[in-house]
Design a protein around this ligand. Structure first.
Ligand SMILES: Nc1ncnc2c1ncn2[C@@H]1O[C@H](COP(=O)(O)OP(=O)(O)O)[C@@H](O)[C@H]1O
Ligand SMILES: [Mg+2]
Length: 342
């Protein structure tokens, strides 16, 4: 769909913007609100929706949300709520919206639960014949390692986002290091620890918009690691919370047509098998042979205008922030009108 089509579909609707508000600045010692959205991001989305001619009501995703939805004051919801507590946390708002029969942007509760549990998402992707690094999900740190798991490995919380629990020291070179990292992560995060063979190649993230069966794939962005002396660089929590000299974003990525096609195909097929719709961002890294492997899928990608990956990707594709929001909301509006007609 072109942006013009997206805009043409818009009629003035009452849109509920549902979010979790970031009140604390994320820090290594306290990352409890790292996935939440800042007042500036909530304001930017509201402004973009109003610019499309809609009225916007703000809903913080708290325990009073059901009562507020029951008042029937909105036609559709724009959902960016990350939720709190447990690996189903992102599914809570979509499930509630389904209960109240309200259309919303983005993927449904099933897809949000599935993708938040990275090991489950990897199983689905692998089962579809797509490449993803060998892994084991650990709950004690004492589990036997599978034969195909090769060192070095990355250890990361299985059900967190925003690089929570991912530090430069998250790469283990031997079993002792692995067990030590896993034990410290288990203490801090629930949902298990995912231990994956380290993918040593270039890293990319791909933005997708639109329907599950035929998404629009935006040009890949590369996360370029600048410290060439580090043999196992990863995109850490520290990189995401502050300016740094260790990573640079290249959008669009400088890739030859063959690699671009492989990245787009992996992203598109992953989006399809994971049941995504409207928007997602898929992280990919090349293995030692240069083959793209699925890392994870973010069906609620950050929408901070200046620095979220998806906004940088869209900007490089000459899609303005307001157009990006228009693309995300358009399918939900279409579903709303289709439902009214049926
Ligand atoms: N198997 C892997 N091999 C190499 N690097 C990895 C691997 N898994 C994760 N990483 C690195 O860790 C970063 C964060 O991992 P990711 O699963 O995307 O977590 P988050 O949900 O916090 O973004 C990635 O962007 C990548 O740099
Ligand atoms: Mg990621």
């Amino acid at each position: 769909m072109t942006t013009k089509d997206a805009l043409a579909q818009q009629k003035s609707l009452r849109i509920g913007l549902i979010y979790n508000l970031k009140r604390k600045t994320p820090a290594v010692e306290d990352d409890s609100e790292a996935e939440f959205d800042s007042p500036a991001t909530v304001g930017a989305i509201a402004k973009a929706l109003e610019g499309l001619g809609h009225s916007v009501e703000l809903f913080e995703a708290r325990d009073n949300l059901p009562g507020k939805l029951a008042e029937g004051t909105i036609d559709i919801a724009f959902n960016i709520a990350e939720g709190s507590g447990g690996r189903s946390r992102e599914a809570v708002v979509p499930a509630l919206l389904d209960l109240y029969d309200i259309e919303y942007t983005g993927s449904d509760a099933t897809t949000l639960s599935l993708t938040l549990d990275k090991s489950l998402a990897k199983r689905i992707v692998a089962q579809a014949g797509l490449k993803t690094a060998p892994f084991i999900l650990m709950f004690t740190g004492k589990e036997r390692l599978p034969k195909d798991l090769t060192f070095p490995v990355v250890c990361k919380p299985n059900a967190e986002g925003s690089s929570k629990g991912i530090f430069a020291k998250s790469v283990a070179n031997n079993t002792d290091e692995l067990r030590q990292i896993v034990k410290s992560l288990i203490k801090r995060y629930s949902g298990g620890v995912l231990v994956e063979s380290f993918l040593s190649g270039r890293e990319f993230t791909v933005g997708l918009l639109g329907p599950n069966k035929k998404p629009k794939v935006l040009p890949p962005m590369e996360i370029v690691f600048l410290d060439k002396d580090n043999p196992t660089p990863i995109y850490t929590f520290e990189h995401k919370i502050a300016d740094n000299q260790e990573v640079r974003y290249q959008a669009p990525a400088d890739v030859d047509p063959k690699l671009k096609k492989k990245l787009e195909t992996l992203a598109s097929k992953s989006y399809q098998v994971l049941g995504c719709r409207d928007v997602s961002r898929i992280d990919i890294r090349l293995d030692a042979k240069g083959e793209p492997c699925f890392i994870e899928c973010n069906p609620l990608p950050g929408l901070s205008p200046q620095w979220s990956d998806l906004c940088i990707i869209a900007g490089a594709a000459e899609i303005s922030y307001d157009e990006l929001i228009a693309h995300i909301v358009a399918p939900a509006i279409k579903r709303f009108h289709a439902r009214k007609r049926s």
